[in-house]
Design a protein around this ligand. Structure first.
Ligand code: IMP
Ligand code: MG
Length: 337
């Protein structure tokens, strides 16, 4: 690996958290850095039946040997951050960039009470849009102005570049999804910044020449929360019948759903210059896949689906999620390279 970026290929909620959690353990990641918008994203992973959620820390948190960094482009909610540091006992390995923007109560209230944001766009209400707007106006408070988090502050881009230069295993974790990008998504039904691979790297202060792999994460079907277009959207009854019903991890809202979209996948690969695909929740579409660890054991229809994704996109599907547990993963990286 040495430096890999993960990015969502659809509208967020592709299962990036589980993939990052898997890689952090399997590849023994030295340094995991989070890019993306901020605490509007909730990344979920399950270990030994226990479910974990992070909105601020990288999803590598279960590997106690991984350093956990948050890049300058990411908005920090100090309340959420401090709670996660306590939950995961990660005080000695959490590092926040001096220049992260800070979300406070007013941003959250603005996000929740502003009818355009709340009703028309359907935001998460986490305050990220109003805080990013204030940052663009150059009035936003930065992490270096908040005593409660002073202990964790450092120059994140310096650390991560040193780590890459020293040949350590570095993972840069993106949040949201390609079509929630402020620039490349379904504007105005998007988040408040670009969230494609280049932007995620910029968030943590790493230039494009230092990236070895861009892993785009697709779920085996497409979901979307909030407003905005969703091609081939299914009715609630169809979604329920297929067992594809999901609820947002930050807001609890019911997710809309549609079948896997090859056109969207190709576009996502293009704008992210993705080099490989992680496909999650194959077991939700093909229940017989549940918990399987070898590609050869998959039922024929599931293999056909994976093969079709590879032939339609021209990229290898290197990781396949077959269950909620971190280790419910088919890892084809050695066999496809
Ligand atoms: P905001 O990012 O809270 O401003 O919300 C803007 C749009 O992006 C809304 O449709 C949200 O539902 C969506 N969104 C933001 N973050 C995520 C995420 O992590 N997963 C899924 N949807 C998200
Ligand atoms: Mg999510």
């Amino acid at each position: 690996m040495p430096c890999l970026v993960t990015v969502g290929g659809f509208y967020g909620d592709e299962g990036k958290g589980k993939i990052v959690a898997y890689l952090s353990i399997k590849d023994n990641i030295d340094l995991a850095a989070r890019g993306g918008a901020g605490p509007n994203a909730g990344h979920t992973f399950v270990q030994n039946g226990k479910e974990f959620k992070v909105r601020m820390l990288p999803s590598a948190v279960l590997n106690s040997g991984s350093r956990l960094l948050i890049g300058a482009g990411v908005l920090v909610d100090p309340v959420v951050l401090l709670k996660e540091i306590e939950t995961f006992k990660s005080t000695d390995r959490t590092f926040i960039d001096f220049q992260c923007g800070i979300i406070d109560k007013e941003h959250q209230e603005d996000d929740k009470n502003n009818q355009y944001l709340k009703k028309t766009i359907g935001t998460t209400g986490s305050g990220t849009g109003p805080a990013n707007a204030e940052r663009a106006l150059r009035k936003l408070k930065l992490a270096k102005d908040v005593p409660e988090i002073a202990l964790y502050l450092e120059d994140v881009s310096n650390s991560i570049n040193h780590s890459i230069d020293n040949g350590e295993n570095v993972l840069i974790e993106g949040t949201q999804g390609t079509f929630l990008s402020l620039f490349h998504g379904t504007y105005p039904y998007v988040t408040s910044k670009d969230v494609t691979a280049s932007a995620i790297c910029s968030d943590v202060g790493v230039g494009p020449k230092k990236i070895d792999e861009v892993l785009v994460v697709f779920k085996s079907y497409v979901t979307r929360v909030g407003e905005g277009p969703l091609s081939f959207e299914m009715s609630e009854d169809e979604v329920k019948a297929k067992n594809w019903l999901e609820f947002g991890s930050v807001t609890g809202r019911q997710r809309r759903a549609a079948p896997f979209d090859f056109d969207l996948a190709r576009k996502a690969i293009q704008v992210n210059s993705a080099s490989q695909i992680a496909l999650t929740k194959l077991d939700v579409v093909f229940p017989k896949c549940k918990g399987l660890k070898n590609f050869s054991d998959l039922p024929a229809e599931a293999k056909d689906f994976v093969n079709k994704i590879e032939s339609e996109t021209g990229l290898p599907v290197t990781l396949i999620g077959t269950g909620a547990e971190i280790m419910d993963t088919i890892d084809r990286r050695n066999s496809t390279k």
